[in-house]
Design a protein around this ligand. Structure first.
Ligand code: CO
Length: 136
């Protein structure tokens, strides 16, 4: 029980092309996925940095979760995603512990991942995402 590792860091950006270029130039990050996801209100890119990932998020409109985040707090760190082996079991465990969840059940996240978000009030201010680990 618990997380296996950090799956990715989510970063809200204002200009996705520019952010991708910056992460490539400064850190050698390479794009593995990029998609416009209208139902989540974002254009997103998953960048690999060695074994790790950074997920860059650009809001498609102000009236979206990431758009409201950027309006309130500016571009920057948005969430930390933890890989877990059994997502429903982790959610049940957290719920039984009284942890405030945004998603009480797994849902489809970016790039086909199964995810659920934990409310930032439960984590000291940083939105947390649980991602089902799909490695064999
Ligand atoms: Co994420």
């Amino acid at each position: 029980m618990g997380a296996l590792e950090i799956h990715h860091l989510g970063v809200a950006v204002e200009d996705l092309d520019r952010a991708i270029e910056t992460y490539a130039r400064l850190f050698g990050a390479a794009v593995e996925h990029r998609a416009v996801v209208p139902d989540q209100g974002v254009e997103a890119a998953s960048l690999r940095v060695g074994e790790s990932r950074v997920e860059l998020l650009r809001a498609l409109a102000e009236d979206t979760p990431v758009g409201r985040f950027v309006a309130r707090r500016g571009a920057g760190m948005h969430h930390v995603a933890f890989a877990v082996a059994d997502l429903p079991a982790e959610l049940d465990r957290l719920q039984a512990d009284g942890v405030e969840l945004i998603d009480s059940e797994p849902r489809r996240g970016l790039f086909g991942l199964q995810v659920a978000f934990v409310h930032p009030q439960a984590t000291g201010g940083v939105l947390a995402e649980l991602v089902l680990d799909e490695r064999d």
